[in-house]
Design a protein around this ligand. Structure first.
Ligand code: S3P
Length: 450
C-alpha cells in the first residue's frame, strides 16, 4: 500500500483550460459505501467508487474482516457483507496506508466487535493524533493501546481490542470532526441501546445519510443554537443497497481554482457533490468574484449533485469566517493558492485542525507559497495572504509535498500560474484520492500525452 518511490514532477505555465471533465467518486462516501455494504447481509453494488489508495485500504481491511469485495468488469463493485456484529478476526495487521478516514472509522467499527485489530500506516498517518477517537471508544469499553507520539499524542501503530457488548455513549464532540463523529456512530451500530453524538459545529453528514439508507434507526435533532443531536439505535439490521457515488467536491476544487486562475479558461466539471456540509469553497470563491455556475442540480445516491461551469475570473481577497471552515476543511490548501493570485488581502483564522491533517497544512502551505514568491504570513491558526492581483507568481522553486495529496495538487495548480516551473518533490501521494489528476489536467490544457 505504501509507495516508497518518490516521483518528482514540474508544473509550468498553462494555456487556457478548456473542455469537460468528470471527477472521480467522493472519497468520504466511497469509504462509507464499502464499510456499510460490508455490514449488510446480502449483496450491495457500488458504482462510481473512488479507486484511490485510501479507499482500497478500506476495501482490503473489510475483506480481512470477512466481507467479499470484488470489482466487476463494468467498473461496479460488488460487496457481500457479514452483517452488523459479524466482523471476523483479521489474521494480520490492517495497513491503512495514508488514510485517516479508514483508520478512525474502522477503529470505531472494531471497538464493538469481539475482535482485536492492529492498525499500521505510512509516516504521515503514523504522526496523526488518534486520542480523539481513543477517548470515546475507551469510554464505550474498548481496550486500545497506542504508540506515544509527539507532544503526548497517541498514534499508530495501535491495537484495538473490541468489546461485546459495548456501552452506549452520549458524546459531545470536542472538535469539529466527521471522522470522530462517525467512529462513535459506527461503534454504536453493534451496541445495545442508543448511542448519541452531540455536534456543536456541523460537519459532513455522509455517515448519517448513508446509515439511514442502509436501514439504521438514526435521528437528528437540531436545537436553536445549531447544535445537532445524532441518535442511533444499536444492533441494527442492514439491508443491501445499490449506491451511486457522486464526484468528490474536494477533488473538483483543484480544477475549479485552476480554471478561475488560468486566463482564458472555461471548463465544465460534471457530477460534483454539492452537499451543503462540503460546498463551502464554492460559496467562498463566488464571494471572491469567481464565475461558477451550478447546472443541472439533482440528487444522486441521496446526495445533492450538480455540473459546474467555471470561467476565468479576477478574484478579490476576503476575510474568511472561521465558522465555514468545516464545510471546506480539505479545501484550504487550494484556497491559499487562489488567494495568492487574488487582488488584495485574504485572512484566514480558526484553522487549528489543519495542523493535524496529512501534513501541517498551515506550515507546509506557508513554506511552499513563500518559496514560489507569494506574500504569505503564518499565524498560529491560519495564513494571511497578499495576492498578486492576477499576475503570475514567480515560481522557479522546488516544494515539498510531505506525503500529502492535497498539498501536491495545490502546488501543481500553483505551477500553472507561475512564471517559472514549480517542482514538487514527490507527487505519488496524489493517487491516495485522485489517481487521474494529471490525466484530467492534461486533457483540459490540450496536451497530447493526456
Ligand atoms: C473526513 C473528515 C475530515 C476530512 C477528511 C475526510 C471524513 O476529517 O478532513 O478528509 O470522511 O469523515 P476530520 O474529521 O478530521 O475533520
Amino acid at each position: 500500500m505504501t509507495d516508497q518511490t518518490a516521483t518528482p514532477r514540474r508544473f509550468s505555465a498553462s494555456p487556457p483550460l478548456k473542455g469537460e471533465i468528470t471527477i472521480p467518486g467522493d472519497k468520504s462516501i466511497s469509504h462509507r459505501a464499502l464499510m456499510f455494504s460490508a455490514l449488510a447481509v446480502g449483496t450491495s453494488r457500488v458504482t462510481g467508487l473512488l479507486e484511490g489508495h485510501d479507499v482500497l485500504a478500506t476495501a482490503d481491511a473489510m475483506r480481512a474482516m470477512g466481507a467479499q469485495i470484488e470489482r466487476s468488469e463494468d467498473g461496479a463493485w460488488r460487496i457481500d457483507g457479514v452483517g452488523v456484529g459479524g466482523l471476523l478476526q483479521p489474521r494480520a495487521a490492517l495497513d491503512m496506508g495514508n488514510s485517516g478516514t479508514s483508520t478512525r472509522l474502522l477503529m470505531g467499527l472494531v471497538a464493538s466487535h469481539p475482535i482485536t485489530c492492529t492498525f499500521v500506516g505510512d509516516a504521515s498517518l503514523s504522526g496523526r493524533p488518534m486520542g480523539r477517537v481513543i477517548d470515546p471508544l475507551s469510554q464505550m469499553g474498548a481496550d486500545i493501546r497506542a504508540t506515544p507520539g509527539a507532544g503526548g499524542s497517541q498514534t499508530l501503530p495501535l491495537m484495538v481490542r473490541g468489546i461485546l457488548p459495548a456501552v452506549p455513549l452520549s458524546y459531545r464532540l470536542p472538535m469539529a470532526s466527521a471522522q470522530v463523529k462517525s467512529a462513535v456512530l459506527l461503534a454504536g451500530l453493534n451496541t445495545p441501546g442508543i448511542t448519541e453524538v452531540i455536534e456543536p459545529v456541523p460537519t459532513r453528514d455522509h455517515s448519517e445519510r448513508m446509515l439511514r439508507g442502509f436501514g439504521a434507526d438514526l435521528s437528528v435533532e437540531t436545537d436553536s443554537e445549531g447544535t445537532r443531536y445524532i441518535r442511533l439505535r444499536g444492533e441494527a439490521d442492514f439491508t443491501p443497497q445499490n449506491i451511486v457515488v457522486p464526484g468528490d467536491p474536494s477533488s473538483a476544487a483543484f480544477f475549479i481554482v485552476a480554471a478561475l486562475l488560468v486566463p482564458g479558461s472555461d471548463i465544465l466539471i460534471a457530477n460534483v457533490g454539492i452537499n451543503p456540509t462540503r460546498a463551502g469553497l464554492i460559496h467562498l470563491l463566488r464571494d471572491m468574484g469567481g464565475d461558477i455556475s451550478l447546472l443541472n442540480e439533482r440528487e444522486v445516491g441521496g446526495e445533492p449533485v450538480a455540473d459546474l461551469h467555471v470561467r476565468h475570473s479576477m478574484l478579490t481577497g476576503v476575510e474568511v469566517d472561521p465558522a465555514i471552515a468545516p464545510s471546506m476543511i480539505d479545501e484550504f490548501p487550494i484556497l491559499f493558492v487562489a488567494a495568492a493570485l487574488a487582488k488584495g488581502r485574504t485572512v484566514t483564522s480558526g484553522l487549528d485542525e489543519l495542523r493535524v491533517k496529512e501534513s501541517d497544512r498551515i506550515a507546509v502551505m506557508a513554506t511552499g507559497l513563500q518559496a514560489i514568491g507569494a506574500r504569505v504570513e503564518e499565524t498560529p491558526d491560519g495564513l494571511i495572504i497578499d495576492g498578486t492581483g492576477g499576475e503570475p507568481l514567480p515560481g522557479g522553486a522546488s516544494v515539498a509535498g510531505h506525503l500529502d495529496h492535497r498539498i501536491c495538487m495545490s502546488f501543481a495548480i500553483a505551477g500553472l500560474v507561475s512564471k517559472e516551473a514549480v517542482e514538487i518533490d514527490d507527487i505519488a501521494p496524489i493517487s491516495t484520492s485522485f489517481p487521474n489528476f494529471e490525466a484530467l489536467l492534461q486533457s483540459l490544457s490540450g496536451e497530447a500525452d493526456a
